[in-house]
Design a binder for this molecule. Sequence first.
Ligand SMILES: [Zn+2]
Length: 338
Amino acid sequence: MMKKWIALFLTLVLTVTFASPALAAQRECSFGGYKHVFIVGVDGAGTYFEKDYMTNFHRIFDDGAVRYGVRTETKTDSGPNWTSILTGVSYFKHGAENGVVSGTDEQKFPQYPSVFSYVRNAMPDAELASFCNWSAINVGIVEDDIGVNKQNYAPDDEVTDKVVEYIEAGNKPTLFFIHLDAVDAAGHGYGSSSAEYEEAMKGSDVRIGKIYDAIERAGLMEDGLFLVTADHGHKPTGGHGRFSKIESLSTIALKGKTVKSGGTLDSDTKLRDIAAIVLYALGIKCTTWHFTAKVPANCFNGVIGQVRPVHKDVIDLLCGTFMWIYTLLGAPLDKYFP
Ligand SMILES: [Zn+2]
C-alpha cells in the first residue's frame, strides 16, 4: 500500500517538474513562434466565406480559428480598411479614402507605418512581398523604400499563378500580402445576392486553395501563419461604403501551429487587429502611439488576448461606438443615401 502512495507521489512530482515548463513553453511560443505570415485579402467578400460551397476555405480552416463577424472600419470602403489592416490604425486617424490611397505614387501616411515597415526594422534581411490586384495598396499603403517585392497583377488568376510561381521558386517570405479583387467586381456589377457574386466567391475559394497548397508543399506551413480576410461586404443589390451589417461585417480566418482549433476570436475583434496578429506571430513588439490593434482572445492557444488601448484614439472609440449602435439598429438612414 505504502509503495503505491510513494509511486503516485513520485509520478506527481515528475509531472509537475517536467510537464509544467513544457506547457508554459507551449503557451508562450505564439509570440515570435512564426517565421512566415501569409495574408490573402479577398476584396468585398465580407462574411461569405461561411457558405458551404467554400470547400477549400473550410478544408483549410476547419481546425483553425475563424470569426465571421469581424468589424470593419466605420467607412466600409477598400482604402480605409486595407490601410487599417496593414497599419493597425483607425480610419478616423489615417483618413485614407480610396482616392487618397490610389491617387499618388508617394506613400501618404509616413506617421502610420505599415506592418511591412515594422518587420523591416526588426529584420533587415527579411524577404517581404505584396502581390495585389488592386494596385492602390502597393501605391499608397505599402512603403516604397523598404525593400518589399511589390507586384501588381490582374486578373486574380494571374495574381494566383504568380504567387504560386514565387513560392515554388523557393522564396521564403517573412510577410506576404496577397490581394484578390474579382469578388468586389462581381459585387459592384451584380450585388451580393447574385449568381455572379457566388461564382466569384467560388473562384476565390479555388485560388485560396491553390495558394495554401503551394505554401504547404514548400514546407512553409511548419512555421507559417496563414490568414484570410476581406475588407468589407456588399449590399444585396451591390455596392458598399455605408453602415449596414452586410457591409460592416467581415471575416478573419487563421491557420498555424499555435492557432486555437475552433477558436472564434473576441466579439470586439476588428479588421485592424490583423496588424497586431502579424506582429505578435513574428515576435515584434509594437509601441507606436497610434496603433490600436490588439491580439484577440480565442485566437492563439493559451494567449489571453490583449486589451485595445482605446484611450489612444478617443474619436474612434466615441464615433465608432455610436456608428456601431446605428449599424445594430439596422442603419435606418442608409436608404436615404445613394
Ligand atoms: Zn468595392
